[in-house]
Ligand binder design. Structure first.
Ligand SMILES: [Zn+2]
Length: 491
């Protein structure tokens, strides 16, 4: 029966922009400071205080908008969204309404359904319409836990009040929980990639809400929509949507009716529960913020921001596949973080063997990094050092198996491959100059054998090979020794 239904999902993401100070005052946005330490008359909402727009928030908002394929409007308007809540001392939030900072986005993501084991079935591109990305201020926080007399008092921390946010809203584009999952991951990575936001859901600087409804396949109108909140990770969001779709279909198939409401995900019991009915929905009475002029953004400014942006992750993934002949899976993994992609690209170029560099980064290096809890940026093995190791193997100076041990030692000691290979006596000497010197030494010390050989006793060839290898302490490349000996013994 479930196959008769279609799922419709729209997403709203709130991402905290990585400014040092708040959007309308100079207070710090630092996380974890003592409650209410970072406040002033503006963010406390004291009468007569006036907001001043933080230019950095505009720059980061522009980076976010461009990274997500949105069109930035040359003029946008800040508006007051009126509602009462204790963590909002002004009685309104400064947001944007009918003239947002940016709109009409088209973003291509890669998405795949997952099998029962959670493995992606088939990755394919999907175009997502992003309705808008607008700028607004965050509210403070009500605290209800871990403080004295919380049964009688509520505590309010206004450090977060006035922190700049980008709100990113999609059309009801998604037809499955995994599409929503892949989209949010795409947005997170893009925002981190361009430095617009830390986009860390656990820290709360990326928050996500899903509007979920179902309808019978073929129906033209949308079903009753339920808003899901309290989604503290992308995985929880995916599970909450799955749960909610099953719940809604169950209600409708048993002849019931759905109410438009907001539900919270509870990850301890893995289900959604009702928070409030939408019947009590607010009318926010939006009106233009009289204390701020319209925000005017020139084409020049937009171009300046665009030209300062790094190559975006999807473009880079495609380029890696073409330029370095990598598979989709390899190129995707190497582009999961910008520092990893930078690391790989440097190692690929320096090694002259991009395929081998990809294998070394993906398997050996990532395993060491994960064990040590480090990012590629903090790797004790530099990309140039990894490239040098790849070259040692390509040049047959050491074997691939020896290379793996060498990498582990490079990782723990910080020494380069050549030093470790030499210290361990792993070097295979293939340098003809050095081998020639060894041969000369052996020939000088073995004049009678040399005379016999040159007189026709070819069986002595093995004797010379043995002597040269011995003189090199077993490090000479036997093939090179053979070639050079044949040449030099002729006289
Ligand atoms: Zn302030």
């Amino acid at each position: 029966m479930t196959n008769d239904w279609e799922t419709i999902i729209g997403l709203e993401i709130h991402a905290q922009l990585s400014t040092d100070s708040k959007i309308f005052c100079g207070c710090s946005t630092r996380f974890g400071d003592a409650p209410n330490e970072n406040t002033c008359p503006v963010c406390l909402g004291l009468p007569g205080a006036l907001p001043v727009l933080n230019k950095r928030a505009i720059e980061l908002g522009a980076r976010a908008a461009l990274a997500l394929g949105l069109h930035i409007n040359n003029q946008s308007i800040f508006a007051r969204k009126n509602y009462f809540y204790p963590d909002l001392p002004k009685g309104y939030q400064i947001s944007q309404y009918d003239q947002p900072f940016s709109a009409n986005g088209e973003l291509e993501i890669m998405t795949a359904e997952r099998d029962n084991a959670g493995h992606p079935v088939e990755w394919r591109p999907m175009k997502i319409k992003i309705t808008r990305l607008h700028l607004e201020e965050d509210a403070g926080k009500n605290l209800h836990e871990g403080l004295p007399d919380v049964d009688r008092y509520s505590y309010i921390d206004l450090n977060r009040a006035g922190t700049p946010l980008a709100e990113i809203v999609t059309e009801p584009e998604f037809r499955s929980s995994w599409q929503a999952y892949d989209y949010v991951n795409h947005v997170r990575r893009a925002l981190q990639w361009v430095g617009a936001s830390e986009a860390d859901m656990e820290k709360g600087n990326l928050r996500c809400e899903a509007n979920v409804s179902v309808r019978r396949i073929g129906d033209k109108t949308l079903g009753t929509k339920v808003e899901l909140k309290n989604l503290n990770s992308v995985r929880f969001m995916q599970r909450a949507i799955e749960y909610e779709v099953t719940r809604q279909i169950g209600v409708l198939e048993s002849g019931g009716r759905l109410a438009q409401e907001t539900r919270l995900w509870d990850d301890r019991v893995m289900e959604t529960r009702i928070m409030r009915s939408k019947e009590e929905a607010h009318d926010y009475r939006y009106f233009p913020e009289p204390d701020l002029p319209p925000l005017v953004v020139s084409d020049e400014f937009i171009e300046q921001v665009r030209s300062s942006m790094p190559e975006l992750p999807e473009a880079r993934r495609k380029r890696f596949m073409e330029q370095y002949a990598l598979s989709f899976a390899d190129a995707s993994q190497l582009n999961s973080e910008r520092s990893l992609a930078d690391y790989y690209e440097r190692a690929a170029e320096a090694s002259g063997n991009p395929r081998a560099a990809a294998n070394w980064v993906r398997s050996e290096l990532l395993r060491e990094l994960e064990t040590a809890g480090l990012t590629a940026e903090a790797s004790p093995v530099s990309p140039d050092d990894l490239a040098a190791l790849v070259r040692l193997i390509d040049e047959e100076k050491i074997s691939g198996k020896q290379g793996k041990d060498v990498l582990v030692e490079m990782f723990t000691t910080g020494k380069n491959a050549a030093t470790i290979v030499e210290k361990r006596g792993l070097v295979q000497v293939s340098d003809t100059g050095e081998i020639d010197r060894l041969i000369d030494g052996v020939m000088t010390a073995s004049t009678s054998q040399l005379q016999q050989y040159r007189a026709g006793k070819e069986a002595l060839f093995g004797f010379f090979v043995g002597q040269v290898l011995k003189a090199s302490k077993g490090k000479a490349n036997p093939k090179v020794v053979n070639d050079r000996l044949r040449e030099k013994l002729k006289g």
